[in-house]
Design a protein around this ligand. Structure first.
Ligand code: HEC
Length: 718
């Protein structure tokens, strides 16, 4: 263990002093080199490594170096590890499916320490995409969040830094106001370190009872809240007039859950935000809704706005910006420009001048259809960049129906005829509206990689339509407004389905026989604490929670003593929806023509797509002679100076290396469980490694608990 050697260092105060000078805070945190010191590689979110020991010539020798089992019990539960680990001075820091933090020897995978925030309690409650590192001389800290707490750990020992906040932690509800104190607030992506500040966003509910999505900066030395940026402006603040007057008191969301990027030299932090809650009906938030769905450029020191660009006005489609923007330098009209690129769920890349926020390519405000939902006013136009071209297909019409078999084609044709489709930004409807690209993108949380030497951006994408069907609770359920069923529809149906059926891929479990699995007390605990990606519903009244428990236990008519509580808590919105449903054929394949998953290389100097290939395959379809279809995919790529693009992400559980210049697959390896995370590249003990978390558990695939690292193995017999 590293700290065992500390006593020796005390003997050489001069050495210590020198080290303190060289390793000044911030110094080694900015760029990937031998280390991978920051979430997604560097402050620019490049997902790029300058290492080239592993390259196109020797890729065949790449093989397993080590596998680290986190030891979490993932047998009963579908697990996920979305973590992009960081590597500093030969030590890898990562998180487990149940959100333990650990430090490993990056060369051997041997564990140095582990910190358990208490996996049995409220802390095992969200996924985690990574952690942050801060250093001032010998004071080295790991910042990470679990549940609603932000922890500071000693990076050498894994113990809490007692002087940070209250005994090593601060609440992520800090600075969000009284009303947020019972609401769901977690942080799934790590904050970004600027000087002594940790700038961090949050994940909040997307439904009724959503907490504000304000951006905060905490002092890393003390845990003190240093600044807050209100993403839903208060009176007198810029953008206040883009909402109804009282919106800042009643509307939540407009949060940033995807991570951030930092131009350290300019002191500007670039922050992607998501939609306001409720996602699919905005009758109570009429207006353009700044700063929801924006890329925000803030002064990192003060939190003051420098510029912003809104990618979707008055979002009704859950078009959160899904990944941190990429900072890069482009040659545009013959001039070198420091730029910032933002991928979107819609499959666009917006490219701006980093200082002014001016778009480098023209952006058109296109007229979009109106809404016919009661009380809704969809915004009349939406911004579309004219270059680069979208990396995901934009429309789903009869021409795009799957052709993998005549049966599939006929099945999908029948369904497509019943719903609204055929153009972008069709508002949600009770008839059913096709959302394409789907709710998870297009671009997603795995982020895009940028080759800083060529200004080519690499982005993987799902090509998956979903169907959103709204239900008018007031219309359908007149006279029934005091029942548990209504509370279920308002709060739970969006994920678990109107009939408690869940969704077929298992992301949202069926609750039909939940009473056989859990006691009423367990169910109440789940409602209070949340579970996995389910937010907490602690804010509902005791009566509502009790009647929900009874409802789930199968006792349908609970329209008894609890009417008052129900009316007060359940009736926030006139609509709910039937759940997050992928549009699939009768065999469970996507309703559109393949490819269903792609990776694209986009030249940001010229704004053109250099190549686009499918990502992943279905063995059983390949056997039928169907060309590679690609699969749904989660987790991002990394690109290296060795000319390689590494990505897991695909449903088939392979880890692949593509030729970054052509998109040809040069190497693949079947992971122990799906690698639904972004890999990290580093050097340890003189060798280059690439590591990826294998948590599986998404898209109905089996769970895993491990991290797998690869390096060049000489005399490889393969
Ligand atoms: C945003 C989506 C979402 C909403 C809204 C939601 N849930 Fe869940 N729920 C989930 C997910 C995801 C899981 C699976 C969690 C896991 O095991 O990782 C889950 C699990 C559960 C379970 C445990 C099921 C099992 O088989 O383990 C219960 C019970 C439950 N939810 C009840 C509710 C109730 C009651 C409500 C409404 C008050 C609700 N949920 C609202 C997403 C949601």
């Amino acid at each position: 263990m590293k700290y065992r050697y500390l006593p020796a260092i005390w003997l050489f105060p001069a050495v210590l002093f020198l080290m303190g000078c060289i390793q000044k805070k911030g110094d080694k945190q900015v760029e990937a080199g031998k280390d991978w010191p920051v979430y997604l590689g560097d402050h620019s979110s490049s997902q790029y490594s300058p290492l080239n020991e592993i390259n196109k010539e020797n890729i065949a020798q790449l093989d397993l170096a080590w596998e680290y089992h986190t030891g979490d019990d993932v047998s009963k539960n579908h697990s996920q590890i979305q973590c992009n680990p960081i590597i500093i001075d030969g030590i890898l820091y990562g998180t487990s499916p149940k959100l333990k933090v650990f430090a490993l020897s990056a060369a051997t995978g041997k564990r140095l320490w582990e910190f358990d925030p208490d996996t049995t309690s409220k802390y095992a409650q969200n996924v985690n995409r990574g952690i942050s590192y801060w250093q001032d001389g010998n004071d080295k800290r790991i910042l990470f969040s679990s549940g609603s707490d932000l922890f500071a750990l000693n990076a050498e020992t894994g113990t809490l830094v007692e002087t940070f906040g209250i005994s090593g932690k601060v609440s992520l509800r800090e600075g969000l106001g009284e009303s947020a104190q019972n609401l769901y607030v977690v942080a799934t992506s790590p904050g970004i370190v600027y000087d002594d500040l940790l700038i961090i966003g949050s994940r909040v509910s997307e439904n009724a009872g959503a907490a504000p999505g304000n951006i905060r900066a905490f002092n890393i030395r003390t845990g003190k809240l240093e600044w807050t940026f209100n993403t839903i402006p208060k009176p007198g603040e810029f953008g206040y007039e883009t909402w109804p007057e009282e919106a800042y008191k009643t509307v939540g969301g407009a949060n940033s859950w995807a991570g951030m990027s930092l131009d350290e030299k300019r002191g500007i932090v670039y922050i992607p935000t998501g939609s306001a809650a409720f996602d699919f009906w905005g009758g109570n938030r009429k207006g353009e809704n700044l700063f929801a769905n924006c890329i925000l450029a803030l002064n990192a020191k003060t939190g003051k706005r420098i510029w912003h660009f809104q990618t979707v006005h008055h979002d009704l489609w859950d078009r959160d910006l899904p990944a941190p923007p990429n900072l890069l330098t482009v040659i545009h009209d013959g001039k070198k420009i420091d730029a910032v690129a933002q991928i979107t769920k819609s499959g666009f890349v917006f490219l701006f001048d980093r200082e002014t926020g001016k778009s480098l390519f023209p952006v058109e405000e296109r007229p979009v259809p109106a809404s016919d939902l009661q009380g809704e006013e969809a915004w009349q136009t939406q911004p579309v960049p004219l270059a680069p071209p979208p990396f995901a297909q934009q429309v789903f019409t009869g021409d795009e129906i799957t052709d993998i078999s005549p049966e599939s084609h006929a099945y999908v044709s029948g369904m497509l005829a019943k719903v609204r489709t055929g153009r972008s930004f069709i508002p949600p409807s009770t008839q059913g509206t096709v959302i394409f690209p789907g709710f998870d993108g297009g671009g997603e949380w795995g982020g895009a990689a940028v080759d800083q030497t060529t200004s080519v951006l690499y982005v993987n994408s799902n090509i998956m339509p979903w169907i959103l069907t709204m239900i008018n609770i007031e219309g359908d359920k007149k006279g029934d407004s005091g029942t548990a069923e209504r509370a279920y529809k308002v709060n739970c149906a969006v994920c678990h389905g109107t009939e408690r059926q869940g969704d077929p891929t298992g992301t949202y479990p069926s609750l039909k026989s939940v009473s056989e699995k859990y006691s009423t007390k367990d169910i109440l605990n789940i409602i209070n604490a949340g579970k996995g990606f389910m937010p907490s519903f602690k804010h509902l009244s005791k009566e509502v929670k009790e009647s929900l428990v009874k409802y789930l236990a199968g006792k349908k008519s609970v329209n008894d003593t609890h009417e008052l509580g129900m009316a007060k808590n359940a009736g926030t919105f006139p609509y709910t929806h039937t759940g997050y449903n992928r549009f699939l054929d009768q065999n469970g394949y996507p309703a559109v023509k393949p490819p269903w998953g792609t990776i694209s290389a986009i030249d940001l100097n010229d704004g053109v797509i250099k190549w686009q290939v499918s990502l992943g395959e279905f063995e059983e379809l390949a056997k039928q002679g169907i060309p590679p279809t690609g699969t749904e995919n989660y987790g991002g790529p990394v690109v290296t100076a060795g000319g390689l693009l590494f990505i897991g992400a695909s449903k088939d559980g392979y880890f692949r290396a593509f030729d970054k210049d052509t998109g040809k697959v040069l190497w693949k390896y079947k992971l122990p469980a799906g690698g639904y995370a972004t890999p990290a590249v580093y050097e340890a003990e003189g060798k280059e490694y690439i590591v990826i978390a294998c948590g599986g558990g998404k898209m109905s695939t089996h769970s895993g608990d491990s991290y797998v690292a690869f390096t060049l193995i000489k005399n490889n017999s393969k």
